[in-house]
Design a binder for this molecule. Structure first.
Ligand SMILES: Nc1ncnc2c1ncn2[C@@H]1O[C@H](COP(=O)(O)OP(=O)(O)OP(=O)(O)O)[C@@H](O)[C@H]1O
Ligand SMILES: [Mg+2]
Length: 455
């Protein structure tokens, strides 16, 4: 039996004294008092005949205060129950603000008329819940959750480790965080891990990609709109990402793409923690932690007049820079093994590993698309590979070009010849990290030379 049926039956039984004995009535009353949705009935003139416990809790009142009162004397706005009675029609799941004794409660409300066999309205039933509970449910269904944690971030590179440590410290504050990094470096992975490491982990993680939407839509996506705000606005209005993320984290991806006038609004929200829906005049307070990501240097955009300086200063306090994959040395091979294992568990079980020459080739590649490109390369290679080992040939067939390697080596070979390299390696006692430092080149470049000179 759903709540509407229980409530209707209770109306007939309790109010009209029909059908059931006293014991059953008591059970019914207890049943209504144990649900967490607010339930009330009124008669055809709008006098409240019944309210359950949850109704009083949600509205912040008690039974004595509202029972037998006329609903339209309890709120300055027209109560939904009066509309249901007038129109003899149900109104289902609409957003509703109940103003009572100076307190404003934000609800999702449904009203149903009670009509007898002759078609006369006897009264109406109201069933409602707080907006927070409805949102939690919506978030669960819509998948507003973060899946990744810090331990999912694969890599031993010291710069990456530093960023992880810093990100863990930042997780504990409520300040906005700005993550910078080339495409595919793992910015979203970081954003989700931060959320899951923070006190907000049980609350929603809502993401908005500022590059995927035209700017007019970003506005309504972020702040929501009221019914009738513009042509095509949905009946009952719609909450924006800020409201959906309430209590949790809002991840603004590709923030550099956001237009200046929306940046101004965003800054205002960060300062006041209050939003105004488009076409609305009631400010709604929110508690949201912002994590923004960009692959463009915002300071350059500020110089070009495309990004507000004040917003940039506000966001850059907690700043994380995820290093590009080409600068993470041995992490490339480690990630390649990791993706191989991950993908093998989803099929492709015949592939046992990656040859050491192939790993070298991966290590010296330029990785413009960073970890995402590496993952795709491994995935394609596994698909193409006929033997049980991914080799250089497999990688080339999978689209990895050798040209990068040649170019990098040619550019630097003016200053590094074979004997310099041998001397430096001796000096560094074979420690490649140190040798690279002495020569002033990155570790992957060093590997390229070792390969070039067959050392
Ligand atoms: N260190 C890592 N360990 C494991 N997987 C990673 C790592 N870094 C990135 N990935 C994976 O690489 C892919 C790209 O990562 P992500 O989407 O976080 O990058 P991004 O920086 O947000 O890229 P873009 O700027 O293009 O949006 C994802 O599938 C992610 O899981
Ligand atoms: Mg991303």
């Amino acid at each position: 039996m759903n709540e509407e049926v229980i409530a209707k039956q209770a109306y007939y039984s309790l109010i009209k004294g029909e059908g059931f004995n006293k014991d059953f009535n008591n059970i019914l009353l207890k049943a209504l008092d144990s649900v967490s949705d607010g339930i009330s009935f009124c008669d055809k003139d709008g006098y409240l005949l019944y309210v359950n416990n949850a109704c009083c809790e949600i509205l912040g009142t008690n039974k004595e205060e509202i029972l037998n009162k006329k609903v339209d004397t309890l709120s300055p706005d027209k109560p939904m129950l009066m509309e249901v009675i007038e129109k003899k029609k149900s109104i289902i799941d609409v957003e509703y603000f109940w103003n009572f004794e100076g307190k404003r409660t934000h609800l999702i409300n449904s009203g149903y008329p009670i009509i007898d066999e002759e078609g006369n309205v006897l009264g109406a039933i109201d069933i409602f819940r707080s907006i927070e509970r409805s949102r939690e449910l919506a978030n669960t269904i819509a998948g507003h959750q973060a899946f990744f944690m810090f331990h999912d971030i694969v890599g031993e590179d010291s710069r990456l480790k530093e960023v992880i440590n810093l990100a863990k410290i930042f997780s504990k504050s409520d300040e906005s965080i700005l993550i910078f990094g080339e495409t595919g470096t793992g910015k979203e992975l970081f954003a989700q891990s931060i959320h899951n490491y923070s006190n907000r982990k049980a609350k929603p993680f809502v993401a908005l990609n500022c590059a995927n939407l035209p700017n007019e839509l970003i506005d309504s996506e972020l702040f929501g709109y009221e019914e009738g705000a513009f042509t095509g606005a949905r009946k009952g209005g719609r909450p924006g990402k800020f409201e959906l993320a309430n209590g949790g984290t809002l991840f603004l991806d590709e923030l550099g793409e956001m237009q200046i006038h929306i940046q101004a609004k965003l800054l205002r929200v960060l300062e006041t923690m209050c939003i105004n829906r488009i076409g609305g005049n009631k400010p709604i307070s929110v508690d949201v932690r912002i994590i923004a990501a960009t692959n463009k240097r915002l300071e350059d955009l500020v110089e070009e007049g495309k990004f507000r300086r004040d917003l940039y200063y506000r966001l850059k306090v907690l700043f994380l820079e995820v290093p590009p994959l080409r600068e993470r040395g041995e992490d490339v091979a480690m990630l390649a093994d990791y993706f191989l294992k991950k993908l093998a568990s989803k099929g492709n079980k015949h592939i046992k590993g990656i040859s050491s020459r192939a790993k070298e080739m991966l290590t010296v590649h330029n990785w413009q698309g960073n970890v995402r490109e590496l993952e795709n390369t491994i995935s394609r290679s596994m698909f193409i590979c006929e033997g049980d080992l991914i080799t250089e040939e497999t990688l080339i067939m999978a689209g990895l070009k050798e040209t990068d390697y040649e170019e990098v080596v040619r550019k630097d070979s003016i200053k590094i010849n074979r004997s310099i390299l041998i001397d430096t390696l001796k000096l560094a006692k074979g420690n490649k990290k140190k040798a690279a430092e002495i020569l002033g080149i990155s570790r992957p470049t060093l590997y390229k030379f070792i390969k070039k000179y067959n050392l």
